[in-house]
Design a protein around this ligand. Structure first.
Ligand code: NI
Length: 178
């Protein structure tokens, strides 16, 4: 059953801190990653975190070439990231629209660090260490928040910029955020 149901806001697991992965390159881990990608692609997501499919481990996947839900976003390389650590490189913040597969049908403007360094591991235990900016940095911050029980509505600072996708962005096809 590779496409898994996505937990929605209100589920306690989405508010929990996920456990560190301690064993790399296991059949269970590889199966989890397949499920994450299959679920992300089936729902048109740009990223997904393991807790969103009910697994309390520090695993996120993200990346896309072109995405219907974020048609103006620059491509982000397909990435599997475990046990991530994010470091903001300066004080600069940038506001941008976000949605979430666990908060279907809604969008909000969220301030995020413009430039970050992120470190972690891939599924084989190889180190990942990247410095990124823009939408790539936004996606990483959003997905890694899921590992610490934070959904994007908690990051919104101006609640007048939070609403239904079909009202805010009628040009996006109906149902894309579901
Ligand atoms: Ni999300």
């Amino acid at each position: 059953m590779p496409i898994r149901p996505v937990l929605k806001m209100g589920e306690p697991l989405l508010l929990a801190t996920a456990a560190l992965v301690t064993q790399f390159d296991t059949p269970e881990l590889h199966a989890l990653i397949v499920d994450l990608f299959d679920t992300m692609i089936a729902t048109n997501g740009v990223g997904i975190a393991a807790p969103q499919i009910g697994v309390g481990l520090q695993v996120v996947v993200f990346g896309f070439e072109q995405n219907e839900r974020y048609p103006d976003a620059d491509a982000v390389p397909q990435t599997i990231l475990l046990n991530p650590v994010i470091t903001a490189l300066d004080e600069e913040m940038e506001s941008g629209w976000e949605g979430c597969l666990s908060v279907p049908g809604l969008r909000g403007v969220v301030p995020r660090h413009t430039q970050i360094r992120y470190q972690g591991f891939d599924q084989f235990g190889n180190e990942i260490d990247r410095t990124v900016s823009g939408f790539h940095a936004r996606v990483v911050q959003h997905e890694c928040d899921h590992l610490f029980g934070v959904l994007y509505p908690r990051r919104i600072t101006d609640m007048t910029q939070f609403g239904y996708t079909d009202v805010l962005f009628p040009q996006l096809k109906a149902g894309q955020d579901e």
